[in-house]
Design a protein around this ligand. Structure first.
Ligand code: NAP
Length: 354
């Protein structure tokens, strides 16, 4: 059988190559390196389309796979990928929390969020520091991976940064007010002084894994007020207590705002199914009219919540940008190179919306 017959990308990558002059992807051969997303289920994942388009554009002889891995097999799957010198992994539902206890090292964000969505396999570099296997290959001329016998798994979380990047991009958020205008905006507060989200008021719907990542990220970006609303109020209360302990400068309120807010985010699962109710009362949307509304759901492209928000006069964005930017950040960790974001966006849109 010829190499090309093994190609896992036979139907899609050539379409992307057309948008990137001078780029073509090698057939799978003995030098091909792998990344993968592990999930249960994983068949719905758009990450292979997005990441393989990016790998082709970067001219890397790598492939990105999707593997259905049950929770009982997660430890073995990570160990197997490490033993086979995979470049890295993404983790999706339900593995993000369980993986915390299975890795050799964790970055600060993954520790803070209590969840891992990206694993980088690393090896000692010439200076003794741990460097990603994907970059070690570059330093050794591209084919020396088998020489690296010592490898560790390093867990990261790019989900929350992905949300922040997408909010800034999708809403073209204007510059923040001067640092001195905000309470708690000093160096000791731990807030990011340069974030355009600083000083914003945000209503966050939900208190699950995605909402928790969003709340911690928004607090770290220095939002002034965070309104937390969840079906199970006690869960929102727990999240509020956690944010209050870590970010005392943020004003946290466990109810709907009386005044208009800068942003409302749907981080509940409502909207995934066509007959789901709205996560927020339509009357509230119309009377309080937030400036911006973001739905973490990206399929369908316009949920009933986004439609109602648009009718109420809000600027709207769905969750595609978050998905895109968490993937771009993961790719940058593996390669050490800027991700071809527009190629990844086009691949995602083509895969999800056809
Ligand atoms: P999760 O941990 O299971 O949390 C689900 C949340 O939705 C909880 O707050 C839950 O409230 C609420 N909820 C579920 N059913 C509800 C209902 N019938 N009525 C009211 N509230 C309900 O899920 P997750 O991982 O946080 O994901 C949440 C959403 O974000 C999903 O739609 C997911 O697809 C999306 N997401 C998107 C991206 C992206 O890249 N765009 C990334 C991550 C997640 P209770 O606490 O009361 O159960």
């Amino acid at each position: 059988m010829r190499n090309s017959e093994f190609s896992i990308l036979h139907s899609r990558p050539l379409a992307y190559n057309g948008r990137v002059s001078g780029v073509s992807q090698e057939s799978i051969n003995a030098g091909t390196r792998f990344c993968a997303v592990l999930g249960h289920p994983v068949r719905h994942s758009a990450s292979p389309a997005m990441q393989n388009a990016a790998l082709a554009a970067l001219g890397l002889n790598w492939r990105y796979l999707a593997a259905e891995v049950s929770p009982d097999d997660l430890r073995a799957a990570i160990a197997g990928a490490k033993a086979m010198r995979f470049i890295g992994l993404n983790l999706t539902v339900p593995h993000k929390t369980a993986a915390l206890a299975m890795l050799d090292a964790l970055d600060e964000k993954a520790g803070l969020l209590g969840a891992v969505n990206t694993i980088v396999f690393e090896t000692p570099g010439p200076g003794g520091d741990w460097i990603p296997l994907g970059r070690a290959a570059d330093e050794d001329g591209g084919d020396a991976l088998p020489r690296h016998s010592l490898v560790r798994s390093h867990g990261h979380n790019t989900d929350a940064d992905g949300l922040a990047r997408s909010l800034k991009e999708d809403f073209q958020w204007p510059d923040p007010p001067a640092a001195s205008d905000l309470p708690g905006a000093d160096a000791a507060s731990g807030l990011r002084p340069d974030s355009p989200l600083r000083g914003a008021s945000v209503l966050l719907l939900g208190a699950g894994g995605a909402a928790r990542a969003a709340a911690l990220q928004l607090a770290g970006e220095g939002v002034a007020s965070l309104f937390l609303v969840n079906r199970t109020r006690a869960r929102a209360g727990q999240l509020a207590a956690e944010i209050a302990a870590r970010f005392p400068a943020v004003n946290i309120i466990l109810s709907l705002p009386r005044d208009p807010v800068d942003l409302v985010i749907n981080a509940t699962s409502l909207g995934l199914k066509p007959d789901d109710p709205l996560p927020l009362d339509e009357g509230w949307l119309k009377s309080r009219r937030p400036l911006r509304a973001c739905d973490m759901v990206y399929r369908p492209a316009e949920t009933a919540f986004l439609r109602a928000a648009k009718e109420a006069g809000c600027q709207t964005a769905n969750g595609l940008g978050m998905l895109l930017h968490q993937g771009a950040a993961a790719l940058e960790l593996w390669t050490g190179r800027p991700a071809p974001v527009e190629i990844m966006r086009a691949a995602l849109k083509e895969h999800i919306y056809g």
